[in-house]
Design a protein around this ligand. Structure first.
Ligand SMILES: Cc1cc2nc3c(=O)[nH]c(=O)nc-3n(C[C@H](O)[C@H](O)[C@H](O)COP(=O)(O)OP(=O)(O)OC[C@H]3O[C@@H](n4cnc5c(N)ncnc54)[C@H](O)[C@@H]3O)c2cc1C
Length: 478
């Protein structure tokens, strides 16, 4: 089939663009090298919808941060992923730091970010009693929120698919060539022909641009380590807590996630290795030392899981979004933080760029904005849980004991696209609790094998060669 638009990369940016383009009468395909969308940087971040006042107004990321922030309520209402505006506090320890809060307040107000105010120590102690008593003031921004970023990717693409967008996973783009009125995309699947190509390849966006003959920028990945804490600390801190920002990072934060855990991080260190998502002892020490200064009651002993993500920083530190010298090839590159926040605004901007470049955008009259709601069994009142289990006994069979996830939710996740253990984990939370999958992994594997009709030896953690079990007679035994 000939497509109007090929999107390379199924992170939150590619998924948001796919869903935005699904509103129009277009033939669109998204190509993703991983086995599922969202498995790049978009699942390994702090999950914060930034308040809107952080980045400077004279940058693209500064403008798109606030524009994107305002679009998340409507998106969540349609797609039902986890999102809540819990607010944030940037804290100051000295009178000089307090002066920086004043500057942030003024620039945030100039941008039109509502509700910004400086809290003095008495208000701060009342609202957040577990913060350090050395803090002299904090800037409160009620527009900040937390989101389940992977859930957002999954539902964005589910919505795009339901409205006619094609998606090819396990498809690594390896070459691009231009001829006639468009592009031929070559990779690990059948060739794809399309008039326009949108490069949303995250930390590989410079390499994809080079394939199109417009490798005019370089991505220098910046690694961030994050540490998830036990649910025992639920409510210990109610808002996202920021130290003062530095030139390249918003600093090490305390984040009450949508699901009720606390998360601390991230670090910010340049790396040449685009596959390095390891966590390290120095990284852990850096995170917990920094966090203890702000919230003394937090300890590394509370850590139940850790991960790292790579920010796709470009020279100049701003987003690179726009057409290129290669006709029909659009870059959406350098999308470091606040890329998650900005994603819905970036998607609208890209649709506008495509239109300027000659793509006709005719609205579909059959566009369906919503996806069927997800049941979050653990969050329901007991009588509702009993009613559901009466209707479908699979709700009564608990697969994940830590997070209280039922067999029915797990099967729903598989039917909606999960075909790996991580696919289930990020859609349902099975495996995200205290025991980190010690109890439920086997059960999830059995359900995956049963629902997909494949042998259990084919089940992987996250695609590729990440098999979990293998046959004893596999021939490769010591
Ligand atoms: C530690 C950390 C914390 C962060 N916290 C926040 C936050 O709290 N709030 C916020 O707003 N932002 C945050 N960010 C930034 C945010 O995560 C990113 O801006 C966003 O996820 C970028 O999305 P993306 O779609 O551009 O990239 P990705 O999610 O990386 O998607 C790109 C996709 O392209 C695919 N791909 C690459 N090459 C090819 C190819 N050749 N063929 C096919 N597919 C290909 C990849 O597999 C990948 O899935 C954070 C980032 C990090 C690292």
């Amino acid at each position: 089939m000939n497509y109007d638009v090929t999107i390379i990369g199924g992170g939150v940016i590619g998924c948001a663009i796919a869903r935005e383009l699904a509103r129009y009468r277009l033939r669109v395909i998204l190509l993703e090298k991983e086995c599922e969308v969202g498995f790049g940087t978009s699942k390994s971040n702090s999950g914060i919808i930034h308040a809107g006042h952080h980045s400077a107004t004279d940058t693209l990321k500064g403008r798109l941060e606030w524009a994107g922030n305002q679009k998340w309520d409507a998106l969540c209402a349609a797609l039902g992923f986890g999102f809540e505006r819990i607010g944030e506090l940037t804290v100051a320890f000295t009178p000089e730091e307090r002066a920086t809060l004043e500057r942030l307040l003024i620039s945030g107000r100039a941008k039109g970010v509502p509700g910004l105010e400086i809290w003095e120590p008495d208000r701060l102690r009342r609202e957040e009693p577990n913060l350090s008593s050395d803090i002299v003031a904090a800037l409160h921004a009620p527009t900040a929120g937390v989101v389940n970023p992977y859930e957002a990717c999954f539902t964005l693409i589910e919505s795009a698919r339901a409205n006619g967008v094609d998606v090819a996973v396990d498809y690594r783009v390896e070459a691009l060539s231009r001829g006639g009125d468009g592009w031929t995309v070559t990779g690990t699947g059948p060739d794809v022909a399309s008039r326009f190509v949108v490069n949303a390849a995250g930390i590989f966006a410079d390499r994809v641009a080079a394939m199109a003959g417009v490798g005019t920028f370089r991505i220098h990945p910046r690694k961030g380590e994050e540490y998830l804490l036990d649910k025992r600390l639920r409510g210990f801190v109610k808002r996202v807590i920021f130290p003062l920002p530095t030139a390249t990072s918003k600093g090490i934060l305390v984040i009450p996630t949508f699901d009720g855990t606390l998360m601390v991080g991230p670090t910010a260190h340049e790396t040449e290795d685009r596959s390095d998502i390891t966590t390290t002892l120095p990284g852990s020490d850096e995170v917990f030392e920094s966090v203890r200064r702000v919230v003394p009651g937090i300890s590394e002993r509370d850590c139940i899981a850790e991960f790292a993500g790579l920010r796709a920083a470009a020279e100049g530190e701003d987003f690179i979004i726009g057409p290129t010298a290669a006709k029909g090839f659009i870059n959406v590159a350098g999308i470091q933080s606040p890329g998650l926040t900005a994603a819905p605004a970036i998607a609208e901007m890209v649709a506008g760029i495509l239109e300027n470049e000659g793509l006709k955008l005719t609205a579909r009259d059959d566009f369906v904005a919503a996806v069927p709601p997800h049941v979050r069994f653990a969050a329901l009142p007991l009588d509702e849980q009993v009613r559901l289990a009466g209707e479908d006994p699979r709700y009564g069979r608990i697969v994940c004991r830590c997070e209280h996830i039922s067999e029915r939710e797990t099967v729903d996740a598989i039917q909606r696209g999960a075909h790996t253990l991580d696919g289930i984990k990020f859609r349902t939370r099975a495996g995200m609790g205290r025991c980190q999958g010690g109890f439920c992994s086997w059960r999830c594997m059995e359900l995956l094998a049963r629902e997909r009709g494949v042998p259990i030896t084919e089940i992987t953690k996250r695609g590729g060669g990440s098999w979990v079990i293998r046959r004893r007679d596999d021939g490769d035994q010591p």
